[in-house]
Write a protein that binds this ligand. Structure first.
Ligand code: XMP
Ligand code: MG
Length: 180
């Protein structure tokens, strides 16, 4: 893939996995479907920080209808293993009752984060909740989730870049790398 070199973050080597152009194409696809499905509905995009920030920026630039955007924080993640720890929702001050929510996530891995987050959101009585995720690892999924807006399915490998980090590093990379 291109000429991007292998990189090192902390003690770990990563090799190029998806170029900025490949990411853009994948995001175009999700955006086109959201534009069709949400025409005239004014959804509320709920961006899950921190990992979702870069995907959200590029996805939302492609959303052509009226929408609102909020940012929440729910989970911590350390190293290359999911902690399974899900924190309370922070930052959701809007009244979401009757709204069409679109959760914007960096990646759905085991699904544990969403498995805990969705009931909390449903209790606030939105009209609908859909999930838009940059990546989905089908082989890792351990919960029953409906994922209608996935930009790209990936194997069960640890990826970094484009919002995703390895112990705090790599979020700023414009392309995605995989553990070498
Ligand atoms: P779960 O297992 O709850 O995981 O679906 C969701 C969160 O885990 C993080 N995660 C990753 N972060 N590279 C990362 O940088 C990965 O390959 C990866 N897999 C899971 C991420 O924070 C995600 O929101
Ligand atoms: Mg995350």
């Amino acid at each position: 893939m291109g000429s991007s070199p292998t990189i090192t973050l902390h003690d770990k080597a990563f090799r190029p996995y998806l170029s900025a152009a490949e990411l853009a194409t994948a995001i175009d696809g999700v955006a086109a479907r959201l534009n069709a499905d949400y025409a005239g509905r004014r959804p509320l995009f709920v961006v899950v920080l921190t990992g979702g920030f870069m995907f959200a920026a590029d996805l939302l630039k492609r959303f052509t209808g009226d929408c609102e955007i909020v940012f929440i924080r729910v989970a911590s993640y350390e190293g290359t293993g999911s902690t399974g720890t899900v924190q309370e929702i922070m930052g959701l001050r809007e009244d979401v009752q009757g709204r069409d929510l679109i959760l914007v996530e960096d990646i759905v891995d085991t699904g544990t984060t969403l498995h805990h987050l969705l009931p909390t959101l449903r209790a606030k009585n939105p009209a609908s909740i859909e999930i838009a995720a940059l990546f989905f690892k089908p082989a890792s999924l351990r919960h029953d989730l409906v994922l209608n807006y996935i930009a790209r399915e990936i194997p069960n490998d640890f990826v970094v870049g484009y919002g995703l980090d390895y112990d705090g590093l790599g979020r700023n990379l414009p392309e995605v790398y995989v553990a070498a």
